[in-house]
Design a protein around this ligand. Structure first.
Ligand code: NDP
Length: 309
């Protein structure tokens, strides 16, 4: 059977990254899904053609992500070199000398000897009890550069950095971040941050790609919902689903969406977006849903140093 494949783009360090990743951060799904579901999802995703998996130390599922990858390798579907694995440093390990040991712990859980991409998860630093700390992310970045020098991470980047944080980092680093991962979807289109990152040669991974299309259990959720007529008309035109239209919209904008699913059918659906294109007008139409409304804002950190939003 022919499986769908995402093309790769080149990062600013010369490494190649597949433009669609499986999300494994579970959010509220933690209440209904088991870690075994993550392992299965990773295997099914690789079977369906995914070659990029996004995880993080704080997701508590690196072990299962690693098992799913090992299952796929054992079945002869892929080799390690054909899979792109992204993981992230949590906020309580921001001191420069904590970075390499934290990555080694992630690698042990993943059962890997390198990751393809290691990200600072947030610019905010905390103590291990979650209370605010005030470690400069420029110091954390020095630890990230060391992780790369050791060959533990092929590429390094950041997540949830805002425009001025990106500028300050770019002005004060040896190795420029290859990626900034942040929320982009129809109600949070982020044109200024996206174009700024792209102009600096920084690729953008877009999390929560469906925005409020899927249930977020919020009464104030702005459109578009899954049954939105505008998306529905585009879906009918191309013989696709509203979810696929939104993922393709992000691809047209040069982004790397990270849809999460543990459902075998939806997993396959989400990568089946590389056989059609939206017009410029359709991209502009979807961008007009923008409300600058975040799915993820972490209000508890509002008063912490370096809060990005
Ligand atoms: P998503 O936009 O990926 O939405 C996930 C939800 O959509 C799940 O409920 C899933 O259910 C459902 N879904 C998936 N595919 C479809 C489909 N085709 N049709 C209808 N519903 C669908 O949001 P997330 O917030 O999970 O973000 C995705 C990933 O981004 C995370 O898993 C994580 O890896 C990353 N992330 C990173 C953050 C960071 O700070 N760097 C923050 C937040 C997320 P089901 O599984 O049942 O299909």
């Amino acid at each position: 059977a022919v499986v769908a494949q995402a093309p790769c783009i080149e990062l600013n360090d010369g490494n190649k990254i597949p433009v669609l990743a499986l999300g494994t951060g579970r959010g509220t799904a933690k209440e209904t899904e088991t870690l075994e579901d993550v392992r299965n999802a990773v295997l099914w995703a690789i079977e369906a053609g995914y070659r990029h998996i996004d995880t993080a130390a704080v997701y508590d599922d690196e072990e299962q992500v690693g098992q799913g990858i090992a299952d796929a390798i054992a079945k002869g579907i892929v080799t390690r070199e054909q899979i792109f694995v992204t993981t992230k440093l949590w906020n309580d390990k921001h001191a420069r000398d904590q970075v390499v040991p934290a990555l080694r712990e992630s690698l042990k859980r993943l059962g890997l000897d390198y990751v393809d991409l290691y990200l600072i998860h947030f610019p905010v630093s905390t103590k291990s009890d979650g209370s605010p700390d005030n470690i400069d992310y420029l110091d954390t970045w020095k630890g990230m550069e060391e992780a790369r020098q050791h060959g533990l991470a092929r590429s390094i980047g950041v997540s949830n950095f805002n425009l001025s944080q990106i500028d300050r980092l770019v002005a004060n680093c040896q190795v420029r971040p290859a990626v900034n991962e942040f929320e982009v979807n129809p109600t949070l289109t982020q044109e200024p941050l996206v174009s700024h990152c792209h102009s600096l040669g920084i690729a953008v991974m877009s999390y929560s790609p469906f925005g409020f299309l899927v249930s977020r259990k919020r009464d104030d959720a702005p459109p578009p919902k899954y049954d939105d007529p505008t998306l529905g008309a585009m879906a009918a035109k191309y013989g696709k689903t509203p979810g696929q239209i939104v993922l393709r919209y992000l691809i047209e904008r040069g982004l790397i969406p990270i849809p999460k699913s543990t459902n075998k059918k939806r997993l396959a659906e989400n990568i089946n977006i590389f056989d059609f294109q939206l017009t410029e007008d359709e991209v502009a139409t979807i961008s007009r849903f923008n409300k600058n409304t975040r799915v993820i804002s972490i209000d508890a950190w509002k008063d912490y140093p370096n809060y990005p939003f």
